[in-house]
Design a protein around this ligand. Structure first.
Ligand SMILES: [Zn+2]
Length: 325
């Protein structure tokens, strides 16, 4: 089970939250805001469970209330999301949920109201919620989560304790992924793709990683002009991934330049690409970067994907012949 400590890097407020929920001094409403995949909902769930927990160290994950929370069967927990097929949280849904705030608790503890996509409340729902937030019933806690805080009424935001979440550094993301049991050969690449949002790093599909590895090997497969047609042929059907291909080419080139400029050996590239990076001279890297920028422009001006790929690979093969092996 997650612990508050696991999210301490994502928001400076997380450890204070743990203390508040541990000693029961939590306030009546919190808004967890920040980019997708930074742990907002996980922390909101820890707060909910800690508010209900009867264990020593909250949330213990083992007492009756914790177990019921984890099973999604705790009678004092209400989670509000749009009805199936609807975009908004309708005012009727909001009213129905808020009626529960006036009823006594089933387990004689705290009533928890969770709104995991708070930006989906329409204006009427938000105004209805606002009245409750202005005069909160005792023993209730509202836990709102939002990526786009601008969709919320300023009056709603100001009635909540705001907890901002931020993406992690690359090192922190990698450490977290390791702790979550992500295989070592996927840690760096997942961290790189997700740009500090652990949830997004976990959501990267295996096919995406596979494609990345193949693109990296494509980059280094055109050793001479004679190799270009075969390399183009191998990727000619990947038209839908043309932007991804150029992005990764650019990433490889950026790392070539970084290494030649005295940076450390990169860890984010697939193994196959890493072996080459240190061999490419700085001028080669810079010249390849120019060609990739041009290729992006060519794609925008409707030059065919296949011609663009061919042009870039020809340039790479020209450079390749100059590298000191
Ligand atoms: Zn517990």
């Amino acid at each position: 089970m997650d612990q508050f400590e696991d999210y301490a890097g994502q928001s400076v407020h997380v450890m204070r939250l743990q203390a508040e929920f541990q000693n029961g001094s939590f306030t009546h409403a919190y808004l967890f805001a920040g980019p997708a995949g930074t742990g907002k909902r996980s922390v909101a769930r820890l707060c909910a469970m800690a508010a209900l927990c009867r264990g020593e160290r909250k949330p213990c994950g083992e007492c009756g209330p914790c177990r019921r929370f984890l099973a999604g069967t705790h009678p004092d927990v209400h989670v509000l999301t749009p009805m199936q097929g609807k975009r908004d949280i309708a005012v009727g849904q909001m009213r129905d949920m808020l009626k529960e705030a006036d009823v006594h608790t089933f387990e004689d503890s705290v009533k928890v109201f969770m709104i995991p996509e708070a930006e989906k409340m329409n204006a009427a729902s938000q105004n209805t919620l606002l009245k409750t937030l202005e005069e909160p019933a005792p023993n209730t806690v509202f836990l709102l989560t939002a990526v786009h805080m601008s969709a919320l009424l300023p009056t709603v935001v100001s009635r909540c304790r705001l907890i901002r979440f931020h993406p992690l550094s690359d090192e922190q993301t990698q450490a977290r992924l390791r702790a979550l049991g992500v295989p070592e050969n996927q840690v760096a690449v997942r961290a790189q793709i997700a740009e500090g949002c652990v949830g997004q790093a976990l959501a990267v599909r295996d096919e995406t990683i596979q494609l990345r590895n193949e693109i990296a090997s494509l980059f280094f497969s055109a050793h001479t002009l004679a190799d270009v047609p075969a390399a183009v042929n191998r990727f000619k059907d990947e038209k839908d991934n043309r932007a991804v291909i150029l992005d990764l080419f650019e990433e490889i080139v950026r790392e070539i330049i970084a290494v030649q400029a005295g940076g450390k050996q990169p860890l984010t590239l697939p193994q196959e690409a890493r072996a080459y990076v240190g061999h490419v001279p700085l001028e080669g890297g810079l010249s390849l970067r120019e060609r990739i920028v041009e290729a992006r422009k060519m794609l925008q001006s409707y030059v065919s994907y296949q011609s663009v790929l061919e042009t870039v690979l020809i340039k790479i093969s020209e450079e390749y012949s100059k590298w000191p092996w």
